[in-house]
Design a binder for this molecule. Structure first.
Ligand SMILES: [Zn+2]
Length: 351
C-alpha cells in the first residue's frame, strides 16, 4: 500500500470564499479538528497578506502538535521572511512558495519570460531553504503550462531543494486524463530525488476529485484538499471524497492517515459515518466539529447550496444560515465567466 499525504488548505484556499472569513479563534478550532482527523499538513494561511493571517499562522503553530504547518508565499523575499517568522512556533514547518508558469501568467501577470520565471522560482526555493528544511513549490496554473517547460521548472526547483512540488490546476481547466498525463510526464522526465508531486485541483468544471484521483494513479503522493470542497469560485477538491474513494478501493493500493472511523461526521440520517461517507449525496455531511464554521456551501454549485439550505439543522446553527445567505447572493456564474475570459484568480491570490 502506498501512503498518500493529505494537505488540507481549508484555512487558506478554502478561506478565500466570500463570506467564509474566520477569526483566529475559529481557525485554531478548525486546525485542532483537522489534527484530530489525521491530516498530514495544514496550510494555515498567507502570512504576508494581512496581520490577521500572520497572527493565525502564529497561533495555529502553537496550538497544533503533529501536522506540518504550512505558510503560503509568493516567490518574493519579503513573503518568505514573513512566513518564516509566522511559523516560528511550529513544531514541524513548511514554506509553500511559487510562481505562475503558464504562458498567460508569465505574459500578463508578470510581464516576463520563461527563463526569468525559472530563475525566480529557483531563487525563491533556495531562499526559503535558509529558513526551513521543508519547502514546497507551486507552479501556479500548471494545468495550462506546457509539459516540457513545466518539467524544466520542476527539475530546477527540486535541484534547488524543494521537497514537494505542487502541480495546481488553478483554473479547474483540465480533464482527468490530461491532468494524469501531466503528472506522468513529470514523473517520467524529472529526477525526483526524494521529492514528491502534489495535486491541487479546482472544481470549475466539476472534475476536481476525478483529476486528483487521476493524479494519484499517475504518481502524485500528496493531495491538496479542503473540507467539503470549500474554496474560491466553484471550490477545491473535497477531502472527504478523495479519502473515501481511496478507502473504498483498497485494491488500488493507496491509503491515507485520515481516521474515517472517528465520529466526526455529521449523521443526519442515522447512518454510521463510513456507510455513507464519500458519496455525492452525503458529501456535505461532514465533520461535526467543523460544521459550525464550515457548514458552508459557498464553494459548491447552486444545487449543493440548495441542498444545504434544505438541510438546515439545529446542529448547524445560525452560522450556516448566515453562510447560506451570503453564498446565495454570491454571483458564482458571473465569476466563472470572468475566470473563463481572463484565466486569472479573482483576487490575484495564488493557488
Ligand atoms: Zn487553489
Amino acid at each position: 500500500m502506498e501512503r498518500i499525504y493529505v494537505f488540507d488548505t481549508t484555512l487558506r484556499d478554502g478561506e478565500q470564499v466570500p463570506g467564509c472569513q474566520l477569526n483566529t479563534i475559529e481557525k485554531i478550532e478548525v486546525a485542532r479538528a483537522l489534527e484530530e482527523l489525521g491530516v498530514d499538513v495544514i496550510e494555515a494561511g498567507f502570512p504576508v497578506s494581512s496581520p490577521g493571517d500572520f497572527n493565525s499562522v502564529l497561533e495555529i503553530s502553537k496550538a497544533v502538535t503533529w501536522p506540518v504547518i504550512c505558510a503560503l508565499t509568493r516567490a518574493v523575499k519579503k513573503d518568505i521572511e514573513v512566513a518564516s517568522e509566522a511559523l516560528k512556533y511550529a513544531k514541524r514547518k513548511r514554506i509553500h512558495t511559487g510562481i505562475g508558469t503558464s504562458d498567460p501568467h508569465i505574459k500578463y501577470k508578470f510581464n516576463s519570460n520563461r527563463e526569468e520565471i525559472l530563475e525566480r522560482a529557483v531563487k525563491a526555493v533556495k531562499y526559503a531553504r535558509n529558513f526551513v528544511d521543508d519547502v514546497e513549490f507551486y507552479a501556479e496554473d500548471a494545468g495550462r503550462t506546457e509539459n516540457e517547460y513545466l518539467a524544466r521548472v520542476v527539475q530546477a526547483v527540486i535541484d534547488a531543494g524543494a521537497t514537494v512540488v505542487n502541480i495546481p490546476d488553478t483554473t479547474g481547466y483540465c480533464f482527468p486524463d490530461e491532468y494524469g498525463a501531466k503528472i506522468k510526464y513529470l514523473i517520467d522526465h524529472v529526477d525526483m530525488k526524494n521529492a514528491i508531486l502534489s495535486t491541487h485541483c479546482h472544481q470549475d468544471l466539476g472534475m476536481a476529485t476525478a483529476n486528483t484521483i487521476s493524479g494519484i494513479i499517475n504518481g502524485a503522493r500528496q493531495v491538496e484538499v479542503t473540507i467539503n470542497g470549500v474554496g474560491e469560485r466553484a471550490g477545491n477538491t473535497p477531502l472527504e471524497e478523495v479519502v473515501m474513494a481511496l478507502k473504498s478501493h483498497p485494491e488500488r493500493g493507496y491509503y491515507t492517515n485520515i481516521n474515517t472511523q472517528k465520529n466526526l461526521r455529521y449523521q443526519p440520517f442515522g447512518v454510521k459515518p463510513d456507510e455513507h461517507a464519500g458519496t455525492t449525496q452525503q458529501s456535505h455531511c461532514w465533520s461535526q466539529c467543523l460544521c459550525p464554521f464550515l457548514g458552508n456551501p459557498s464553494g459548491r454549485g447552486a444545487e449543493k447550496r440548495r441542498n444545504l439550505r434544505d438541510h438546515q439543522s439545529p446542529r448547524c446553527g445560525n452560522r450556516q444560515q448566515l453562510h447560506c445567505t451570503n453564498s446565495a447572493q454570491w454571483p458564482c456564474s458571473i465569476e466563472k465567466q470572468i475566470n473563463d475570459a481572463g484565466g486569472k484568480n479573482r483576487n490575484g491570490r495564488a493557488g
